[in-house]
Design a protein around this ligand. Structure first.
Ligand code: SF4
Length: 280
């Protein structure tokens, strides 16, 4: 149920997923390859969803091991959204939250969905008894663009309201504005609007990163560019000679965006690492 994540700069050491595949079908998704491990094709990632109906039981066993260290944060989820539409019916994520509450385990809950508010009772209790961050992914506040790149995901408005309600409930709430899209959503005006909206909604911190072309993202995203922004094709080919965006371009964008984040006091990144103090 749990898999180790050995990346020193990430604020979690374990990852888990309550579903495999993700109905949101984001054009920039680079998790599609995970369906191949199940003998399925990457094209089936958004409509053949595997429901882990024994997830709570399996997690309980793992968290009950004598050598299990509950101070090492688990990220739910790493390659799918735990509150995608299937969760309304199957409630697997809710059952897994009950296990996290039982064990007082450090938890990072990552989603694009306002369905997390259904579980505010559990989320609030976990927040009281152990370390918890809820992280909402919101790469743009332009609803037209959001609809193009994340066709089945909740709207900008629903996500901002979710941040607001989590904040009002006293939950530590972060935002990952990932991915920013070069020459589409990373200009100063777009990023300023995004930072302003996230700040007004009450988020504690905001993290940004630019689009990457890992896995089959290059093919899918270039198809999207050809269909929607053909004038950017040559520039994208220049910026993405490798899987990651051109270093100088990235550095420049990060510098500008991080200055805005700092000015808005959305740089409280220590909250993501504060489990050592907050877990009893
Ligand atoms: S929500 Fe995440 S996992 Fe789901 S399609 Fe979008 S990027 Fe992929």
């Amino acid at each position: 149920m749990l898999h180790p994540v050995i990346v020193w700069f990430l604020p979690f050491r374990w990852g888990t997923n309550t579903y495999r595949g993700c109905e949101y079908n984001c054009v920039y998704c680079n998790a599609r390859y995970t369906h191949e491990y199940l003998g399925l094709g990457t094209k089936e990632f958004s409509h053949k969803i595997i429901v882990k109906d024994n997830a709570a039981e399996a997690l309980d066993k793992e968290c009950s091991r004598p050598n299990w260290n509950k101070l090492k944060t688990v990220n739910l989820s790493t390659v799918t959204d735990p509150y995608q539409p299937a969760e309304s019916e199957f409630k697997i994520t809710r059952s897994v939250l009950e296990v996290f509450l039982k064990h007082h385990n450090a938890l990072l809950l990552t989603t694009k969905s306002d369905l997390v508010l259904r579980d505010l009772d559990l989320v609030t209790e976990i927040g009281k008894t152990g370390f918890l961050n809820v992280v909402i992914t919101l790469p743009t506040v332009d609803e037209g663009l959001r609809h193009k790149i994340e066709p089945n995901a909740p709207s900008v408005e629903r996500r901002l309201k979710t941040i607001q309600q989590l904040h009002q409930a006293g939950i530590k709430t972060g935002v990952t504005a990932i991915p920013l899209l070069p020459l589409i959503s990373d200009d100063a005006a777009s990023v300023e609007s995004l930072v302003k909206a996230v700040s007004e909604a009450g988020a504690d911190y905001m993290i940004v990163d630019l689009l990457n072309f890992r896995g089959e993202t290059r093919n899918r995203f270039m198809g999207f560019i050809n269909a929607n922004y053909p004038e950017l094709r040559t520039e994208y080919e220049r910026l993405y000679k490798a899987d990651y965006c051109d270093k100088d371009y990235s550095k420049q964008v990060r510098k500008q965006v991080n200055a805005l984040i700092k000015k808005a006091k959305l740089d409280n990144y220590e909250l993501m690492f504060s489990y050592r103090k907050s877990v009893r």
